[in-house]
Unconditional design. Sequence first.
Length: 305
Amino acid sequence: MTVVETWGSAPRPPGAMLAVRDDGVVSGSVSGGCVEDDLIARIKAGEHAGSKPSMIAYGVTKDEAARFGLPCGGTLRLVQEPLLEMGWAKELLARAANHELLARTLTLSTGAVQLRTAIRGEAMAFDGLTLTTMFGPKWRLLLIGAGQLSQAVAQIAQMLDFEVLVCDPREEYAATLRMENVIRVQGMPDDVVREMGTDAHTAIVALTHDSKLDDMALMEALKSDAFYVGALGSRRNQAARKARLIEHFEMTEADFAKLHGPVGLRLGAKTPAEIAVSIMAEIVQIKNTAVNDSVSLPSQEDCRL
């Protein structure tokens, strides 16, 4: 199910998706309310069985809007699509894992699916005959440093569905990294940033407090397409870093335009856990601003099938 149109105060925007298995197991959301319950009941009862996509509307009347928990008389229209052939899904997931932006076009009259490379700035499109939705890579976070703060940041980032990578050539720190699904990247920080294919779905945060390692990572990160680059340290330390890089590595004031340092929102944080909250809060803030400014950067929920 994909939300294609909304009127009034709809809980979920166009492009939001819900997958419902025939036994009622779900993933995703189209309303965050009773619409999902109704869809599950209908699917389990076999009401929407078929071989071609179809349209479903909720909240057409005031009473129906109230029944399904749609605020202020909101209305939403959905495209329901039976998933009978999943070859396209395997290709989409593989290409998204390779950090490609993709457009998927569904022809409602036949159920045919086409995939193509998307152009940044494209939006979901629906003309009643075809539905084109955007899919993109998972948001990822590269942490320079494997200390206590990095592990706290990694834990919160995973809860926010980021892919987390950690680079720390200092074996005594890296050996303490014991987190499931956190990827340890071997190599020096500048090489890792340069070689990982940093894109607009990537955030990079330097947390070692070792200028040799942090500076190396930042020199490459600030030249990359990363949507967020942050560095731990006080304002005095940040000023000293900037002066050092300008003097010895020919960087300019303009190169530091997107550096967030001191890293994180100003929450008065003291403990590693609190600092981690401030860092991830700022990353989410910048990420969501990027999504709103460039509709081709889909949310994580839009990337799930």
